[in-house]
Design a protein around this ligand. Structure first.
Ligand code: MG
Length: 324
Protein backbone atom coordinates (compact mmCIF):
# COMPACT_ATOMS: atom_id res chain seq x y z
CA UNK A 1 0.00 0.00 0.00
CA UNK A 2 1.32 3.40 -0.93
CA UNK A 3 2.15 5.81 1.91
CA UNK A 4 -0.66 8.22 0.93
CA UNK A 5 -3.20 5.40 0.81
CA UNK A 6 -2.12 4.23 4.23
CA UNK A 7 -2.44 7.77 5.60
CA UNK A 8 -5.93 8.08 4.15
CA UNK A 9 -6.90 4.76 5.66
CA UNK A 10 -5.65 5.77 9.09
CA UNK A 11 -7.43 9.11 8.90
CA UNK A 12 -10.68 7.68 7.61
CA UNK A 13 -13.18 7.45 10.49
CA UNK A 14 -14.51 3.98 11.11
CA UNK A 15 -18.06 5.10 11.81
CA UNK A 16 -20.21 7.78 10.24
CA UNK A 17 -23.28 7.85 12.37
CA UNK A 18 -25.10 6.89 15.54
CA UNK A 19 -28.70 5.88 14.87
CA UNK A 20 -31.06 6.37 17.80
CA UNK A 21 -34.94 5.89 18.17
CA UNK A 22 -37.01 10.80 18.84
CA UNK A 23 -37.27 15.50 18.28
CA UNK A 24 -38.87 19.45 19.82
CA UNK A 25 -42.69 19.55 19.76
CA UNK A 26 -43.30 23.13 18.65
CA UNK A 27 -40.72 22.76 15.93
CA UNK A 28 -42.19 19.46 14.77
CA UNK A 29 -45.70 20.81 14.69
CA UNK A 30 -44.46 23.76 12.68
CA UNK A 31 -42.74 21.43 10.24
CA UNK A 32 -45.43 18.78 10.17
CA UNK A 33 -47.27 19.99 7.07
CA UNK A 34 -44.05 20.55 5.21
CA UNK A 35 -42.77 17.14 6.19
CA UNK A 36 -45.97 15.35 5.26
CA UNK A 37 -45.82 16.81 1.78
CA UNK A 38 -42.21 15.74 1.39
CA UNK A 39 -41.79 12.09 2.20
CA UNK A 40 -38.55 11.85 0.34
CA UNK A 41 -36.84 13.65 3.19
CA UNK A 42 -36.30 13.10 6.88
CA UNK A 43 -36.79 15.63 9.59
CA UNK A 44 -33.81 17.88 10.18
CA UNK A 45 -33.68 19.34 13.64
CA UNK A 46 -32.83 23.01 14.06
CA UNK A 47 -30.08 21.99 16.41
CA UNK A 48 -28.03 20.26 13.75
CA UNK A 49 -24.85 22.13 14.39
CA UNK A 50 -21.15 21.68 14.36
CA UNK A 51 -21.43 20.01 17.76
CA UNK A 52 -23.22 17.06 16.21
CA UNK A 53 -20.83 16.70 13.32
CA UNK A 54 -17.39 15.36 13.18
CA UNK A 55 -14.55 17.16 11.53
CA UNK A 56 -15.33 15.63 8.17
CA UNK A 57 -18.97 16.67 8.50
CA UNK A 58 -20.60 13.58 7.11
CA UNK A 59 -18.50 10.55 7.82
CA UNK A 60 -19.39 9.01 11.15
CA UNK A 61 -23.02 8.27 11.90
CA UNK A 62 -24.92 7.12 14.94
CA UNK A 63 -28.50 6.16 14.18
CA UNK A 64 -30.42 5.15 17.29
CA UNK A 65 -33.83 4.06 18.39
CA UNK A 66 -35.69 6.24 20.90
CA UNK A 67 -38.23 4.35 23.03
CA UNK A 68 -36.68 2.13 25.69
CA UNK A 69 -33.26 2.96 24.24
CA UNK A 70 -32.66 6.62 25.17
CA UNK A 71 -34.89 6.31 28.21
CA UNK A 72 -35.35 3.15 30.30
CA UNK A 73 -38.10 0.57 30.10
CA UNK A 74 -38.82 1.37 33.75
CA UNK A 75 -40.47 4.64 32.65
CA UNK A 76 -43.55 2.51 31.93
CA UNK A 77 -44.16 4.29 28.60
CA UNK A 78 -44.12 1.07 26.55
CA UNK A 79 -46.80 -0.59 28.70
CA UNK A 80 -49.02 2.50 28.18
CA UNK A 81 -48.38 2.29 24.43
CA UNK A 82 -49.47 -1.36 24.46
CA UNK A 83 -52.64 -0.54 26.40
CA UNK A 84 -53.50 2.37 24.07
CA UNK A 85 -53.02 0.17 20.99
CA UNK A 86 -55.35 -2.43 22.46
CA UNK A 87 -57.94 0.25 23.28
CA UNK A 88 -57.67 1.58 19.71
CA UNK A 89 -58.32 -1.88 18.30
CA UNK A 90 -61.46 -2.24 20.41
CA UNK A 91 -62.83 1.31 20.31
CA UNK A 92 -61.90 2.41 16.79
CA UNK A 93 -61.68 -0.82 14.81
CA UNK A 94 -64.46 -2.70 16.59
CA UNK A 95 -62.36 -5.80 17.31
CA UNK A 96 -63.76 -8.13 19.96
CA UNK A 97 -61.97 -7.51 23.26
CA UNK A 98 -61.47 -11.23 23.87
CA UNK A 99 -59.36 -11.50 20.68
CA UNK A 100 -57.12 -8.52 21.30
CA UNK A 101 -54.25 -10.13 23.17
CA UNK A 102 -53.73 -13.04 20.77
CA UNK A 103 -54.27 -10.86 17.70
CA UNK A 104 -51.92 -8.16 18.97
CA UNK A 105 -49.19 -10.70 19.65
CA UNK A 106 -49.54 -12.30 16.21
CA UNK A 107 -49.43 -8.94 14.43
CA UNK A 108 -46.46 -7.64 16.40
CA UNK A 109 -44.53 -10.85 15.94
CA UNK A 110 -45.15 -11.18 12.20
CA UNK A 111 -45.14 -7.56 11.05
CA UNK A 112 -42.78 -5.70 13.38
CA UNK A 113 -45.49 -3.38 14.73
CA UNK A 114 -49.15 -3.97 15.51
CA UNK A 115 -50.05 -1.10 13.21
CA UNK A 116 -48.21 -2.66 10.26
CA UNK A 117 -50.04 -5.91 10.98
CA UNK A 118 -53.46 -4.27 11.21
CA UNK A 119 -52.95 -2.73 7.77
CA UNK A 120 -51.72 -6.05 6.37
CA UNK A 121 -54.82 -7.96 7.40
CA UNK A 122 -57.15 -5.38 5.91
CA UNK A 123 -57.86 -2.59 8.40
CA UNK A 124 -57.73 0.94 7.08
CA UNK A 125 -57.41 3.99 9.31
CA UNK A 126 -55.96 7.46 9.50
CA UNK A 127 -52.34 7.22 10.62
CA UNK A 128 -52.38 10.58 12.40
CA UNK A 129 -55.49 9.61 14.32
CA UNK A 130 -53.89 6.32 15.29
CA UNK A 131 -50.71 7.98 16.50
CA UNK A 132 -52.66 10.67 18.39
CA UNK A 133 -54.67 7.94 20.14
CA UNK A 134 -51.68 5.73 20.94
CA UNK A 135 -49.04 8.34 21.74
CA UNK A 136 -50.99 11.53 22.39
CA UNK A 137 -52.26 10.25 25.74
CA UNK A 138 -48.98 8.94 27.10
CA UNK A 139 -47.75 10.07 30.52
CA UNK A 140 -44.76 11.99 29.14
CA UNK A 141 -43.96 13.24 32.62
CA UNK A 142 -42.61 9.72 33.25
CA UNK A 143 -39.71 10.56 30.94
CA UNK A 144 -37.19 12.49 32.98
CA UNK A 145 -34.48 14.88 31.78
CA UNK A 146 -31.18 13.07 31.33
CA UNK A 147 -28.29 15.57 31.68
CA UNK A 148 -25.77 12.73 31.90
CA UNK A 149 -26.78 11.37 28.49
CA UNK A 150 -26.89 14.91 27.12
CA UNK A 151 -23.32 15.47 28.22
CA UNK A 152 -22.24 12.20 26.64
CA UNK A 153 -23.95 12.95 23.34
CA UNK A 154 -22.74 16.55 23.19
CA UNK A 155 -19.17 15.34 23.57
CA UNK A 156 -19.60 12.70 20.90
CA UNK A 157 -18.82 14.89 17.95
CA UNK A 158 -20.13 12.72 15.17
CA UNK A 159 -23.44 12.78 13.32
CA UNK A 160 -26.32 11.42 15.38
CA UNK A 161 -29.83 10.58 14.22
CA UNK A 162 -33.00 9.26 15.77
CA UNK A 163 -34.47 6.28 13.94
CA UNK A 164 -37.89 5.39 15.35
CA UNK A 165 -41.02 3.58 14.22
CA UNK A 166 -42.97 6.21 16.17
CA UNK A 167 -44.51 9.33 14.70
CA UNK A 168 -42.83 12.71 14.57
CA UNK A 169 -44.80 14.41 17.35
CA UNK A 170 -44.10 11.58 19.77
CA UNK A 171 -40.43 11.62 18.91
CA UNK A 172 -40.19 15.35 19.53
CA UNK A 173 -42.09 15.25 22.81
CA UNK A 174 -39.95 12.42 24.17
CA UNK A 175 -36.72 14.16 23.13
CA UNK A 176 -37.89 17.36 24.76
CA UNK A 177 -38.70 15.56 27.98
CA UNK A 178 -35.23 14.03 27.95
CA UNK A 179 -33.69 17.44 27.26
CA UNK A 180 -31.95 15.99 24.19
CA UNK A 181 -33.67 18.00 21.46
CA UNK A 182 -30.41 19.69 20.47
CA UNK A 183 -28.30 16.53 20.45
CA UNK A 184 -29.42 15.06 17.12
CA UNK A 185 -29.10 16.13 13.55
CA UNK A 186 -32.41 14.68 12.47
CA UNK A 187 -35.19 12.19 12.91
CA UNK A 188 -36.18 9.28 10.75
CA UNK A 189 -39.72 8.47 11.87
CA UNK A 190 -42.94 6.85 10.69
CA UNK A 191 -43.79 9.75 8.37
CA UNK A 192 -40.36 9.59 6.75
CA UNK A 193 -41.12 6.18 5.29
CA UNK A 194 -44.90 6.09 4.97
CA UNK A 195 -47.33 8.21 2.94
CA UNK A 196 -50.83 8.75 4.39
CA UNK A 197 -53.17 5.77 4.40
CA UNK A 198 -55.40 5.84 1.31
CA UNK A 199 -59.03 6.62 2.22
CA UNK A 200 -61.27 3.64 2.70
CA UNK A 201 -64.00 3.13 0.09
CA UNK A 202 -67.65 2.51 0.89
CA UNK A 203 -67.23 -1.24 0.77
CA UNK A 204 -66.83 -3.20 3.99
CA UNK A 205 -63.15 -4.23 4.31
CA UNK A 206 -62.31 -7.94 4.03
CA UNK A 207 -60.26 -8.87 7.10
CA UNK A 208 -57.75 -11.72 6.86
CA UNK A 209 -58.20 -14.15 9.75
CA UNK A 210 -54.58 -14.37 10.92
CA UNK A 211 -55.44 -16.28 14.11
CA UNK A 212 -57.34 -18.86 12.04
CA UNK A 213 -54.45 -19.03 9.58
CA UNK A 214 -51.97 -19.96 12.33
CA UNK A 215 -54.44 -22.37 13.94
CA UNK A 216 -54.72 -24.20 10.60
CA UNK A 217 -51.21 -24.05 9.18
CA UNK A 218 -48.98 -23.05 12.09
CA UNK A 219 -46.67 -21.16 9.73
CA UNK A 220 -46.17 -17.59 8.61
CA UNK A 221 -46.24 -18.68 4.96
CA UNK A 222 -48.61 -16.84 2.66
CA UNK A 223 -49.44 -14.06 5.07
CA UNK A 224 -50.66 -10.89 3.39
CA UNK A 225 -48.06 -8.18 2.93
CA UNK A 226 -48.22 -4.90 4.82
CA UNK A 227 -48.00 -1.54 3.04
CA UNK A 228 -46.35 -0.05 6.16
CA UNK A 229 -42.57 0.38 6.19
CA UNK A 230 -40.98 0.05 9.62
CA UNK A 231 -38.16 -1.63 11.53
CA UNK A 232 -37.24 -4.50 11.49
CA UNK A 233 -38.12 -4.79 7.79
CA UNK A 234 -34.73 -4.64 6.08
CA UNK A 235 -36.15 -2.85 3.02
CA UNK A 236 -37.53 -0.15 5.33
CA UNK A 237 -34.22 0.16 7.15
CA UNK A 238 -32.23 0.41 3.93
CA UNK A 239 -34.64 3.05 2.64
CA UNK A 240 -34.32 5.05 5.86
CA UNK A 241 -30.53 5.02 5.64
CA UNK A 242 -30.64 5.98 1.98
CA UNK A 243 -32.91 8.98 2.72
CA UNK A 244 -30.64 10.11 5.54
CA UNK A 245 -27.52 9.50 3.42
CA UNK A 246 -26.06 7.07 5.92
CA UNK A 247 -23.52 4.48 4.85
CA UNK A 248 -24.44 1.42 6.97
CA UNK A 249 -20.84 0.28 7.01
CA UNK A 250 -19.88 3.53 8.75
CA UNK A 251 -22.70 3.71 11.22
CA UNK A 252 -23.41 2.34 14.68
CA UNK A 253 -27.01 1.43 15.29
CA UNK A 254 -28.44 1.45 18.84
CA UNK A 255 -31.76 -0.26 19.59
CA UNK A 256 -33.39 -2.13 22.47
CA UNK A 257 -35.10 -4.60 20.12
CA UNK A 258 -33.24 -7.81 19.30
CA UNK A 259 -35.16 -8.07 16.02
CA UNK A 260 -34.19 -4.55 14.98
CA UNK A 261 -30.56 -5.11 15.91
CA UNK A 262 -30.42 -8.33 13.93
CA UNK A 263 -32.02 -6.63 10.91
CA UNK A 264 -29.49 -3.82 11.27
CA UNK A 265 -26.67 -6.34 11.22
CA UNK A 266 -28.14 -7.91 8.11
CA UNK A 267 -27.84 -4.61 6.20
CA UNK A 268 -24.28 -3.98 7.34
CA UNK A 269 -24.67 -1.76 10.41
CA UNK A 270 -22.42 -2.07 13.44
CA UNK A 271 -24.95 -2.87 16.14
CA UNK A 272 -25.49 -2.18 19.84
CA UNK A 273 -28.26 -3.85 21.82
CA UNK A 274 -29.39 -1.46 24.58
CA UNK A 275 -30.99 -2.47 27.87
CA UNK A 276 -29.41 -5.93 27.97
CA UNK A 277 -26.16 -7.04 29.51
CA UNK A 278 -25.79 -10.11 27.28
CA UNK A 279 -24.94 -9.93 23.61
CA UNK A 280 -27.17 -11.86 21.22
CA UNK A 281 -26.59 -13.05 17.67
CA UNK A 282 -26.41 -9.98 15.46
CA UNK A 283 -25.34 -7.60 18.23
CA UNK A 284 -21.73 -6.39 18.23
CA UNK A 285 -22.19 -4.92 21.72
CA UNK A 286 -24.71 -5.04 24.54
CA UNK A 287 -25.21 -2.09 26.90
CA UNK A 288 -27.27 -2.40 30.04
CA UNK A 289 -27.78 1.37 29.84
CA UNK A 290 -27.14 3.90 27.11
CA UNK A 291 -25.06 5.69 29.75
CA UNK A 292 -22.38 3.02 29.32
CA UNK A 293 -21.74 4.03 25.73
CA UNK A 294 -18.32 5.59 26.33
CA UNK A 295 -16.97 2.63 28.31
CA UNK A 296 -18.22 0.15 25.72
CA UNK A 297 -17.26 2.10 22.62
CA UNK A 298 -14.23 4.26 23.43
CA UNK A 299 -13.22 4.09 19.76
CA UNK A 300 -16.11 6.43 18.94
CA UNK A 301 -14.45 9.25 20.86
CA UNK A 302 -11.03 8.28 19.56
CA UNK A 303 -12.28 8.35 15.96
CA UNK A 304 -13.97 11.72 16.46
CA UNK A 305 -10.89 13.18 18.13
CA UNK A 306 -8.67 11.81 15.39
CA UNK A 307 -10.87 13.41 12.75
CA UNK A 308 -10.75 16.73 14.65
CA UNK A 309 -6.97 16.53 14.81
CA UNK A 310 -6.87 16.09 11.04
CA UNK A 311 -9.14 19.10 10.60
CA UNK A 312 -7.02 21.19 12.96
CA UNK A 313 -3.84 20.20 11.09
CA UNK A 314 -5.51 21.10 7.78
CA UNK A 315 -6.57 24.53 9.15
CA UNK A 316 -3.08 25.26 10.45
CA UNK A 317 -1.59 24.26 7.08
CA UNK A 318 -4.03 26.54 5.22
CA UNK A 319 -3.51 29.49 7.56
CA UNK A 320 0.27 29.05 7.44
CA UNK A 321 0.29 29.02 3.65
CA UNK A 322 -1.95 32.10 3.54
CA UNK A 323 0.18 34.15 5.94
CA UNK A 324 3.55 32.91 4.59
MG1 MG B 1 -37.32 0.80 21.19
Amino acid sequence: MEFEDRCLKVQEPKFDCLLFGKPPLAFLQKCRRQLLSCFCSFLLLPSSSASSRNAKGSDLFVPADLDDTLYPLSSGISSHVKKNIEDYMVEKLGIDESKIENLGNLLYKNYGTTMAGLRAIGYSFDYDEYHAFVHGRLPYDNIKPDPVLKHILKNLRIRKLIFTNGDMVHAVRALQRLGLEDCFEGIICFETLNPPCPPQGDEEPVIFDIAGHFARSGTADELPKTPVLCKPNVDAMEEALRIANVNPHKAIFFDDSVRNVQAGKEIGLHTVLVGKSQRVKGADHALESIHNIREALPELWEEAEKAEDVLYAERVAIETSVTA
